[in-house]
Design a protein. Sequence first.
Length: 382
Amino acid sequence: MHYYIHAAKFILASGLSEQGFLEIIEGKFGKYTKTRPVDTRIVDLGESIVAPGLVDTHIHGYNNHDVMDNDFTGLNEISKGLLSCGVTAFLPTTLTAGADTLNEICKMISSRYKEVKGARIKGIFFEGPFFTTEHKGAQNPRFMSDPSLTAFRRWQDSAQGLLKKIALAPERHGAADFIENVSGSGTKVAIGHSSATYEEALEAVYAGANIFVHTFNGMSGLNHHAPGMVGAAMDTPNTYAELICDGHHVESGAANLLIQEKGIDHVALVTDCMSAGGRRAGEYVLGEFPVIVKDGAARLKDGGSLAGSVLKLLQAVQNLVQWGRVSLYDAFKMASYVPAVSVGIEDECGLIAAGREADFIVVDENINLQSTYLAGKEVYSK
């Protein structure tokens, strides 16, 4: 399989380029040139934009399936459904649950993750269970506890090393020791669902934590007398801040402020999407909790708190561009390369560069998805 793509714009590793030709050879990216190739098939995409496949490092489900169902058929359906969202790589994300339940999910994913037919599974994200009840969100406080290295090592063994990211609350007893050991082993540690003070958050970062979970949401807020977790996220230049840009979790002004403070290279767009993603409004379940989806937001039936989202990652890119502070190139970077870097998989996905797997998407001038490609083959078309 050897051909070239021509398009109006390309989101390349080297920057934004216009009216060029991108080589696809044996499922990988080849050279990029401004000169029209001869004696080679050219796929002309007209006024379209070619961008790297998006990378969602925090997603619980899609199309009425949830990672917590512990069902490979459902996981495969999530993987296939994500192609219609422009996502070509993701981390299936768990919720707080019993240790044995989480262990079985690790076994299921690690034993079959290479069999999925859609977006590639690049690891597992454990969102919990070492959280605090005050900021529990849509997580079950019954299973929350202090961090345990024994439990983590058991899960990682069952995951066959696939557990790439785990989140905890810094104020839990033993958090610093856990963070130091786990981050030292190669798994990224995120902090969130937490009432931690600014100082406690800084201690967690010093110990090795490098990601703030859905920044602003489920954490102690910014106050001029108590900067909290949000203040720590803004004041630690070498960490990554997850951001849910659906217009419900974070207002545009706050999102733009965080991006201004952290810089484009340290804000990772995520969806936190739950099983209602891709479905109509109505009643659903996130983990064990009834959820009502209405007006583009998912909220707990009991209390009305936000319960994940129904956001598509490409919609987050659209929103950022429309909010007016982020360029097209940077918005795509924040939904592909930056999240990949945050969890240490940037050598596998999130970038259009020579020699890499040709996983990419084609969007129109309004950033609406036209098609998705894996290894140079079209696997979704609008």
